[in-house]
Design a protein around this ligand. Sequence first.
Ligand code: ADP
Length: 426
Amino acid sequence: MIPTYVVGRLTGNETGSYLSLDLGGTNMRVCLVRLLGKGEFTLRQRKFTIPEAYKVGLGRPLFDYMAECVGLFLDEARTDQELLPLPDGRSYALGFTFSFPLNQTAVDRGTLMRWTKSFNLPDVIDKDVVQLLQSAMDRLNLNVRVTAIINDTVGCLLANAYRDPNTQIGVILGTGNNAAYYERIPQITKWTAQHDPAVHPATRGETEMIINCEWGAFDNERRALPRTRFDARVDRMTHHVFCQLFEKMSAGMYLGELLRLVLLDLIDRRLLFDGYSSDILNRPMSVDTAYMSAIEADTTADLEHVRRVLEDVLDMPAGSSTLLERQIVQRVCALIGLRSARLGAVGLTTLLSQREDQLSDPNVKLAIAVDGSLFEHYPCYPERLKAALEVLLGEDCVRNRITLGLAKDGSGVGAALGAMLAEKRR
Ligand code: ADP
């Protein structure tokens, strides 16, 4: 539960031009967002590939490259007359989407705790990444100021909140699983134990701050959730054992692996495919969750698409599965997918209940913004999530007061909005 220093609600009537930079796993995206008011905006963006050479070794070449890309983008935007000149002494505000674990000490200050994904630049660890980016941009005289560093869940929440100010939660249901929500500042013990909210410059005059839950790490103590032996096996194969356990039960990166392990178990017990597997099925992490979508979406009488996944993707011999076996494979996918959606609903219900002040008021509408391929592409995922919310919160409440919608602009528009909110408080 990380205080993000992002305070204040959006009305949708904010205006102005703001930049954002998203450092993803393979690509980097630079955006110019023009907020037009009434929840409307225009977006100019360009993707840059991050050369592998910049992901390892020293940090400076990576930050110099990021600054160069921002410079290139600004030149193009100026040429197209999309970037208006600023009055003297002003600089363009930029929101930096940085989805690596950070020790944040201000809305525009955060030291890197460790690299994840395929990055390994040891000299950056424990350094303020905002300062590193700012220095690189200053060396190129770009006249850009990084005013906020934004987690992707926070970006998702803000992007949706600009269109719908009732947005209370932002959730990522993709490779990983995480959420951010608006909390009342006096309730944030991590904050109030250290700061007097009434006088601290980050919160003075504000009542709410966005919390990045990092809920992927929920129940790392293994006391709350009923875990199966397949969950334990998935965990054991990962780099960080006993970490991110909630994520390992529910996120896109792991569902395909859970399916693989359950199928192998059924095969070993000779309940499937006469006890035969394939080299691919035997290999850890060989089943992408996207294939579960294809399996679940199959409505043909003979489960023809399931057969194709088994034979073309998993390399099972032609004609090696019966219809009943394909039905079993489909059913296993449905159980894993359903559990994932239900766990997501549990997390959301917890956050909604945490804001009892809103939940108990029948006149308050609550919007939940979701981003990620699981929610966007996995068949029935939104319906399953909603059905589980109805069980937990009541049908009337969910149908009449809660909306659950896809918000895909988090890292671009959301980070730009974060930059705008931070600049306003400077
Ligand atoms: P990220 O979270 O990395 O920003 P995504 O939201 O696209 O990116 O999520 C990628 C994850 O979603 C991967 O784990 C992938 O296996 C899974 N995925 C991609 N396409 C699908 C699909 N059609 N159905 C289900 N899962 C998918």
